[in-house]
Write a protein that binds this ligand. Structure first.
Ligand code: AMP
Length: 296
């Protein structure tokens, strides 16, 4: 595995691979890697000839009151995980490499960035879309891998790739969970014992609602009720919503199309998000099937 820190070195490394017709996979991350990231890297390594992983804590996607400065870091552990998961290139740019003095051009996502996390993190998806577009242009991947854990992000990025004609296939990888259901997240490291226990309320509700859905329950109201009842254990709920996976509009009445049940909540001072996809047809159960090509 090669480690590069500049865009010039990254391009020099990838050019000959591309000229040989090699398929390049890309996994953008903010580091402090866990098996969720591992699943993305492994899937890329299985489907591509070379996999680039980036670690970049992107300042433009953090709000002024958010945890950018304290975002957890452990480069040595990250390098080992990348190596074990079969990454070929690890890209570790400095902030000044990505945003040199004078930087002033952004990608402005549209309506898909407004609901859910967009309501509580103004500017977040603009920051995400901008850095991902830039990273796509640096890596020029054939395939890029994103986790379903950040469901709205996958929808915004896929829309951006289509709208800007970026020649990359966006692949969504299912959420990796701990044995007890908690979705893996770099931010789980902030949770003490009590908070870790209470954090389970998110996945408990979502997985119970999914089980009810799989057993035939189709009422949006009932499914939301099931997901909400364990949430008494968290400190505050930002949102719990059942939305159409195509347009992120709330689903009322019966769930007759593929939906995502999404939650964001605070446990102590840690903000956690999670979601499950509810697909009336088994054919649509993967987000890759549900989001394309209908949403083109
Ligand atoms: P982050 O480092 O948090 O920016 O995440 C980098 C990528 O890993 C994003 O595409 C995330 O959606 C994905 N990811 C994070 N946690 C998980 C998880 N538990 N399962 C699958 N993918 C994940």
């Amino acid at each position: 595995m090669r480690v590069v820190r500049t865009i010039a070195d990254l391009r020099a490394l990838l050019r000959p691979l591309r000229e040989e017709g090699k398929r390049i996979g890309f996994v953008p991350t903010m580091g402090f890697l866990h098996e969720g990231h591992g699943a993305l890297i492994r899937q890329s390594a299985a489907r591509c000839d070379a996999t680039v992983v980036s670690i970049f804590v992107n300042p433009t996607q953090f709000g002024p009151a958010e945890d950018m400065a304290n975002y957890p870091r452990d480069l040595e552990r990250d390098q080992n995980l990348c190596l074990e998961a079969d990454a070929s290139v690890l890209f570790l740019p400095e902030v000044s490499e990505i945003y040199p003095t004078g930087f002033q051009t952004h990608v402005e996502p549209g309506r898909l960035a407004e609901p859910l996390c967009g309501r509580f993190r103004p500017g977040h998806f603009r920051g995400v879309a901008t850095v991902v577009a830039k990273l796509f242009n640096m890596v020029q991947p054939d395939l890029a891998f994103f986790g379903q854990k950040d469901f709205q992000q996958t929808v915004v990025i896929r829309r951006m790739a289509r709208d800007l004609n970026l020649p990359v296939d966006v692949v969504v990888v299912p959420t990796i969970r701990e044995a007890d259901g908690l979705a893996l997240s770099s931010r789980n490291t902030y949770l003490d014992e009590d908070a870790r226990r209470r954090a389970l309320c998110l996945s408990e509700g979502l997985l119970a609602a999914k089980a009810a859905f799989d057993a035939g329950e189709r009422s949006a109201v009932k499914l939301l009720e099931i997901a909400r009842s364990p949430l008494a254990g968290v400190d505050s709920v930002q949102y719990l919503e059942l939305v159409d996976v195509q347009n992120l509009e709330p689903i009322q009445g019966p769930v007759d199309r593929t939906a995502a049940l999404c939650v964001a909540a605070y446990v102590g001072s840690t903000r956690l998000i999670d979601n499950v996809v509810l697909a009336p047809s088994a054919l649509d159960a993967s987000l890759n099937m549900s989001l394309s090509p209908q949403s083109a």
